[in-house]
Structures are given as structure tokens and as C-alpha cells.
Write a protein that binds this ligand. Structure first.
Ligand code: NDP
Length: 242
């Protein structure tokens, strides 16, 4: 049975990615950190499509917890294979650098960059044995361009972009592709505090994007048709950055 693991699959872009991959025939392993209710809602939506959905709770920033929980799942589910991994879990804790607290720096780096490392390190082993896999990392315009007030977030996402390119070269010969998707402003809880009416003026397409629009690109990278794309970053940002 083929599964896709989506970190932060309880809400926002992660939920849309879960549904997109289910539409492509994947059973889904939904990870979340705290919001069990929303993880359950994602599960129900997947099951309505006739696919299997399992919830796996862990904090991607907690390396030991990731190792224990994910390894246990892999060892007890020998009939199931994680063929697609989407490293989506991420947080924002914006502050100007001169006022940034240690926790703001650490939390953001440990979640996006640390989470990528902790989860991928475990999952890639079984992909290497199967000689097939798709790893897709959700990064950000902020990691490409840098955004003021987000030195922590820009650093975390730029770090994941570098790791994407390095890992793609390490494991390409084993039939595993590693790519990143860099959204601009997408309508989710994460951007709920931003003023779309004002910010849309700087976006060529004059609106925020939808989680489903990011999920379609993830779906493409997870598809067989994307077999010759690796180490790439695809922007989904309404033309905001070029
Ligand atoms: P949301 O805030 O809507 O959802 C975040 C998701 O990540 C939730 O499912 C949350 O779980 C999960 N999560 C957060 N921290 C952890 C953790 N430590 N361990 C496990 N899961 C965790 O965010 P978005 O959907 O907007 O963002 C998804 C990704 O896209 C992030 O990586 C973000 O940086 C990136 N992105 C988003 C943009 C946007 O405009 N929205 C733009 C560019 C990039 P729970 O529900 O349990 O809290």
C-alpha cells in the first residue's frame, strides 16, 4: 500500500496537499503537532475520497520524538510504503532582527529546517531500499528573496532550499527526486493577520493564492510525469518575485 506522508497536514496548505495526493490515489499519513480536531477533519475528507488516512502526531522540531514515532510506524506497517514525503510543517514568528528573541530564532529554524532533517532522515531509508521516492519541501518566497522582519524564517527556508539541492544530488541515482515549492502569499491561518487588500497591489495577479494552487504543483512534482525534475525550486506566487 502506497502512502504519502504530509507534515502539518491538519490545516492550510498541508491539508490541500493531502487531498491532492489522495486524488492521485495515495493513501495519506497526516502529521500534525497540536490541532487534533483539524487533523481528524483532514482524515474524514480523505476517507470520503475512498482512500486510507492515518494520523501520526509528532512535533517535527523534536528530533527524538520524530525518530521514535516515525520509526515505530514504519516497523509496524511493513505492508505500507511511504512513497511521497511532503515536508510542509512550518511556523512564522516575525520580528526585526534587533528585537528577535532566542526562542523566535530557534522555534522557526527548528521547525522548518530541523523538521526537514529529522523527518527526511527517517523516511529516506525506506525510499532508498525501494529505489523510488518523491520528496517535496514547502519553502517560501521569503527563502528566495529574503523579507524584512523574517530573518529567522528566510534563513530557515533558504536552508531547506540548499538542503533540497544537496540531497537531490546525493540520492538521484536511487530513483528519488527532491524538489521544493516556494509559495508567495497564500490564504491560510498563517497569513490571517496580513492585510490582503493592501498587499495584493504588489502581486501581479492581484490576489493571494489558494492552498489548492500550491497543492497542484506539489501533485505535479509527486507524479510520474515529473521524473526528470530534481533539485528544483518552483515558485507559486502570482508573479510576485522574479
Ligand atoms: P498553517 O499555519 O495554516 O498550518 C501549519 C501546519 O503546520 C499545521 O498543520 C500545523 O499543525 C503544522 N505544524 C506547525 N508546526 C509543527 C510542528 N512543529 N510539528 C508538526 N506540525 C507542525 O500554515 P500554512 O498552511 O500557511 O503553511 C504551510 C507551509 O507553507 C509552511 O511551511 C509555511 O512556512 C509555508 N508557506 C506558507 C505561505 C503562506 O502564505 N501561507 C507562504 C510561503 C510558505 P497543527 O494544526 O497541529 O498546529
Amino acid at each position: 500500500m502506497k502512502f504519502a506522508l504530509v507534515t502539518g497536514g491538519s490545516r492550510g496548505i498541508g491539508r490541500a496537499v493531502c487531498l491532492q495526493l489522495a486524488d492521485m490515489g495515495y493513501n495519506i499519513l497526516i502529521n500534525y503537532k497540536a490541532n487534533e480536531k483539524e487533523a481528524n477533519n483532514t482524515k474524514i475528507l480523505i476517507e470520503e475520497k475512498g482512500l486510507l488516512a492515518e494520523i501520526i502526531q509528532f512535533d517535527v522540531a523534536d528530533r527524538a520524538q520524530v525518530q521514535t514515532v516515525l520509526t515505530a510506524w514504519i516497523e509496524t506497517n511493513t505492508d505500507k510504503t511511504i512513497e511521497v514525503l511532503v515536508n510542509n510543517a512550518g511556523i512564522r514568528e516575525d520580528a526585526l532582527m534587533m528585537w528577535m528573541k532566542d526562542e523566535q530564532w530557534d522555534n522557526v529554524l527548528n521547525t522548518s529546517l530541523g523538521g526537514f532533517f529529522a523527518v527526511t532522515r527517517v523516511v529516506v531509508n525506506s525510499m532508498l531500499m525501494k529505489k523510488y521516492g518523491r520528496i517535496i519541501n514547502i519553502v517560501s518566497l521569503s527563502g528566495l528573496k529574503g523579507l524584512p522582519g523574517q530573518t529567522n524564517y528566510s534563513a530557515a527556508k533558504a536552508g531547506v532550499i540548499g538542503a533540497t539541492k544537496a540531497l537531490a544530488q546525493e540520492i538521484g541515482r536511487k530513483g528519488i527526486t527532491v524538489n521544493a515549492v516556494a509559495p508567495g502569499f497564500i490564504k491560510t491561518d498563517m497569513t490571517g493577520d496580513l492585510n490582503e487588500a493592501e498587499l495584493k497591489n504588489i502581486i501581479p495577479l492581484k490576489r493571494f493564492g489558494l492552498p489548492e494552487e500550491v497543492a497542484h504543483t506539489v501533485g505535479f512534482l509527486a507524479s510520474k510525469g515529473a521524473a526528470y525534475i530534481t533539485g528544483e525550486v518552483i515558485s507559486v506566487n502570482g508573479g510576485l518575485y522574479s
